[in-house]
Ligand binder design. Structure first.
Ligand SMILES: C[S@@+](CC[C@H](N)C(=O)[O-])C[C@H]1O[C@@H](n2cnc3c(N)ncnc32)[C@H](O)[C@@H]1O
Length: 677
């Protein structure tokens, strides 16, 4: 049978590019349904119909050769040509299809379905629609073509002759030219072989095995990459990060490149020379992230089926079209009895979550210390009638001093020598005493002769009445009471904690699936908290009921440096808000209808600064994460994006410190520090 295939190859090659798919000679028909193997440029061999075939016809019940996962991985099959032919099988094993099974090419609009029968160890191929004579029979390797390891080419249907529709008659007629075809085929094959030899010679490697050729291509591609030899740490998210080593799963990430660049390092080899192995020259596709086999891709696709579709995948797009039929990710399940949902968490459980503090809070903590003071220039105003002139000077004669906003300007003290009126003018660091004296004189001759002196005043306003008493004794300050914001879970109910715990377990499960599908183990879940645990305090904006989305990091599978899990999730929420029922819900309040308004977000790893900013911009309500990212995290790292005074939204970010059940070794979620999450 392989003889038929080879013979057909040569004939196909002879036809040349102008006639890429010469209709087959009758003797090429190798099974009762008139299927035959032909060769197309850029696709290798493919299976073609010689006659019309109705939909639902079983084309082949192909037996398979099974290899266990250990045999496949241990034998490094992915590094061989077999890597392009394996079918994913049960228990992580792989199957090599016999007969035509391995020769069906890929199409995103396949005309053949295949079903694996793991009991009988066969694969059944069935036409999914009616097929005409001369049509190529294709299966779909993956709905998301960005996950293919080659750039799919368009199938070409050969021009049909007058007796179109009568495949056998046409084949009989064409058979007349067959000997010419074969002669041409031999010549073309010889020329092509010579071209291939020359190509390999100029590349400096007279290698003959498909495996070696593939490695050479990969090496030369990496050598051509500007960042290949010196990857910039932490650059994975950058546009120039075309190669970042050390991904958790060892996958090399390539930034997307234009299609035209595909294989440009090598002159194109005629397909008749490269044969099926040579066809893997398409595996130098800019979109290929690693020499991952078809089989491995299939395995990952199967895992991925449980994950939310990548943002730009075909699945995501098709979901987008079914606007009236929006599919939501599963809700979280709480393992707390209904009547205990509002029970406060016991004190010995307060440390189950821990609030990430940004620079503001760290500063506020310092402000709690009553002995914290700052030095300011003050003047002792000898005549009370002058006080209003000095105050006018502080208002109009000096720049605004942000760091003194918490101070009252005047301090009156009565002591043995009578009443003194001190006025605070400026921070010590802002102006020299000589300049201050000159400015006072210039402002008004009445202020000539006032002598500034340094005074240590409280550093911040009073938050409590006790603080106010103590600080006022030093210098009068403003009173700006603030509800103490706990650093731990005090005030949290059993229901809310159960929800947080379920959210963290959910993202861990999704992250595991993401890793198994070849992506980074990073996942996000975003939802409105259940009504039973809505906070009671004023100012709470009721969530959009039922709105929820999940996403995982897809920068590997989508070969896109910006497909971080958080960004993917924000995009999915944005999409959901545009489709019913969410598009028909009222804006939340006061027009505050930002994307994540009132929503909580769970994420496995502390997000990077970019994602933290995106969350801030989206007005997320709160974020829970498990793994802090001290170096590059947007919260606990030095940025404190979630709680800055200079940004226009603040949200709480909590690290989950509670128990983990059935999550396995946490090392599986390790992501090297060089990655921004
Ligand atoms: C299972 S094999 C299919 C048979 C293969 N064409 C052959 O000659 O042996 C998978 C390989 O076929 C090629 N292939 C399949 N579908 C293709 C398509 N639509 N466009 C280009 N190449 C394709 C790729 O090189 C891929 O690695």
């Amino acid at each position: 049978m392989s003889g038929s295939g080879v013979e057909a190859d040569a004939a196909g090659a002879a036809a040349g590019p102008s006639s890429p798919s010469r209709p087959p000679a009758a003797h090429e028909t190798i099974n009762p349904l008139g299927l035959h193997v032909r060769q197309l440029p850029g696709r290798g061999r493919g299976v073609f119909a010689s006659a019309a075939i109705p939909a639902g016809r079983v084309l082949e019940e192909a037996p398979v050769l099974l290899l266990t996962k250990e045999q496949w991985d241990g034998g490094r099959m992915d590094d061989t040509v077999l890597g392009e032919y394996g079918f994913c099988w049960s228990n992580g094993g792989m199957a090599l299809g016999l007969g035509m099974a391995s020769l069906f090419n890929h199409s995103s609009t396949p005309n053949v379905n295949f079903v694996r029968n793991t009991a009988a160890n066969t694969i059944t191929f069935t036409t999914s629609r009616a097929v005409e004579p001369g049509d190529e029979l294709c299966i779909c390797y993956s709905a998301d073509e960005t996950k293919l390891w080659f750039v799919p080419s368009q199938g070409i249907k050969p021009a049909l002759s007058d007796d179109e529709g009568d495949g056998l008659k046409r084949l009989a007629a064409l058979d007349v030219d067959d000997s010419d075809d074969e002669a041409r085929a031999e010549r073309a094959a010889a020329e092509a072989k010579a071209a291939a030899r020359e190509t390999r010679r100029t590349l400096g490697g007279a290698t003959h095995s498909a495996k070696q050729r593939r490695r050479e291509r990969f090496k030369s591609k990496m050598a051509a990459s500007p960042t290949a030899s010196a990857p910039a740490p932490g650059d994975a998210g950058g546009a120039g990060a075309s190669h970042t080593p050390g991904a958790a799963n060892g996958t090399t990430i390539l930034a997307p490149q234009p299609l035209q660049a595909t294989g440009s390092a090598l002159p194109a080899l005629p397909s008749s020379v490269t044969g099926s192995a040579g066809e893997s020259s398409s595996s130098s596709s800019a979109f290929k992230t690693k020499s991952i086999s078809w089989a491995e891709r299939q395995r990952r696709d199967e895992v991925r089926a449980d994950l939310p579709p990548p943002l730009h995948s075909v699945a995501a797009k098709s979901r987008h079209e079914h606007v009236g039929d929006v599919r939501l990710t599963a809700d979280l399940e709480l393992d707390v009895p209904e009547d205990q949902l509002t029970t406060p968490l016991a004190q010995d459980q307060w440390d189950l979550i821990y609030r990430a503090r940004g620079p503001i809070e760290i500063e506020e903590e310092a402000e709690m210390d009553n002995s914290a003071t700052i030095p300011v220039w003050v003047v002792d105003v000898p005549d009370s009638k002058l006080t209003r002139h000095v105050l006018a000077f502080t208002k109009d004669g000096l720049p605004v001093e942000e760091r003194m906003r918490h101070l009252k300007r005047v301090r009156r003290v009565t002591d043995d020598s009578g009443e003194h009126c001190y006025v605070a003018l400026a921070m010590e660091s802002s102006i020299t005493p000589a300049a201050l004296v000159a400015a006072l004189e210039a402002f008004s001759p009445l202020l000539t002769g006032l002598e500034p002196s340094l005074f240590n005043v409280p550093r911040a306003a009073a938050r409590t009445s006790e603080q106010l008493k103590i600080r006022n004794k030093i210098w009068p300050v403003l009173f700006s009471p603030a509800a103490p914001r706990p650093l731990d879970a005090r005030g949290t109910t059993l229901g809310k904690y159960a929800w947080i715990r379920a959210g963290i377990h959910r993202v861990l499960a999704d992250a595991r699936a993401s890793a198994a599908a070849g992506d980074l183990p990073v996942a996000v879940y975003c939802a409105s908290p259940p009504e039973s645990i809505w906070p009671q305090q004023d100012g709470f904006i009721p969530p959009t009921p039922g709105l929820r989305a999940a996403a995982h990091d897809t920068r590997v599978s989508e070969a896109h440096p910006l497909r971080h899990a958080v960004l993917n999730c924000i995009a999915e929420i944005a999409r959901l808000r545009t489709v019913p029922p969410f598009s028909e819900m009222n804006p939340t309040r006061n027009g505050a209808d930002y994307l994540l308004t009132s929503l909580s977000l769970f994420v496995t790893h502390e997000p990077c600064v970019m994602c933290s900013m995106a969350l801030l911009h989206s007005r997320v309500r709160e974020v829970y994460y498990l793994f802090p990212r001290k170096r590059a995290g947007g919260f606990e790292g030095s940025y404190g994006v979630h709680s800055r005074r200079d940004l226009n939204h603040r949200f709480d970010a909590w690290q989950y410190c509670g128990d983990l059940v059935d999550t396995g070794d946490l090392a599986q979620f390790d992501v090297p520090d060089t990655f921004e999450i």
